[in-house]
Design a protein around this ligand. Structure first.
Ligand code: DX5
Ligand code: ZN
Length: 221
């Protein structure tokens, strides 16, 4: 299994974002950027201008996680700006198939995000339209929350649906992923791991990325 680690800069020092990104350069596969609009989630972070600045000054591909209302309107610009991956939420999209096709046409990997209580089964037929399924393992909105074990069966079902559909879709988990929880996620079938506080609260973020990768690789099937 090819494991990808995507540190979330939500737990980084926003006054020194480029340097914070550099701390995981070479170790991380992606930089996970959480865009929140204070409507879809009760928190406000950053938007397109800051993503554009990061794209101009960091070399690690950017994995945009859009926790926003009306992604149909706003998401394509992130792909057009050069984000390597753009994830919008199923709960927020009006026309997810059209939006997925637009993001793909702009050259980005397209992700479909599901909040913890959103079932995966209704989206089985959309798997051919996406490159990544994001199963949230906390309620979106904040870093540093406790991992929700209740989501593990959904990760297993998502992996089974991907296998049954015979498509190349990555399975990302986001929220509470740490040295304590990453093996459970990998064993359930996840292969892309977002970690915010676990990475950025570590003394050596790059080393932590390596440790997380090692655990995920040995626990994955
Ligand atoms: C939460 C965000 C996450 C967050 C994860 O809504 O989507 O990406 O940064 O933070 P940790 O890893 O601390 O749970
Ligand atoms: Zn996220």
């Amino acid at each position: 299994m090819a494991v990808e680690i995507s540190p979330s800069i939500l737990s980084a020092d926003f006054a020194h974002l480029a340097q914070e990104c550099d701390r995981v350069a070479g170790a991380a596969d992606w930089l996970h950027v959480d865009v929140m609009d204070n409507h879809f989630v009760p928190n406000l972070t950053l938007g397109l201008p800051i993503v554009e600045s990061l794209l101009a000054s960091v070399s690690t591909p950017i994995d945009c996680h859009l926790m926003i209302e009306d992604p149909d309107r706003w998401a394509p610009a992130y792909a057009e700006a050069g984000a390597g991956s753009v994830t919008f939420h199923a709960e927020a999209a009006g026309a997810p198939i059209r939006l997925a096709r637009t993001i793909r046409a702009a050259g980005a990997r397209v992700g479909l995000g599901l909040k913890p209580a959103t079932p995966v089964e209704p989206y089985a037929d959309l798997l051919a339209e996406i490159d990544m399924l994001l199963v949230m393992t906390v309620e979106p909105g904040f870093g540093g929350q406790a991992f929700l074990d209740v989501v593990l069966p959904k990760i297993r079902r998502a992996r089974a649906l991907i296998a049954a559909a015979d498509v190349e879709v990555a399975l990302q988990v986001d929220g509470g992923v740490s040295l304590e929880t990453i093996e459970r996620c990998a064993a359930a079938g996840a292969d892309v791991f977002v970690a915010g506080s676990a990475v950025y609260r570590a003394e050596d973020p790059a080393h932590m990325v390596g440790q997380l990768r090692q655990l995920a690789e040995s626990a994955g099937n």
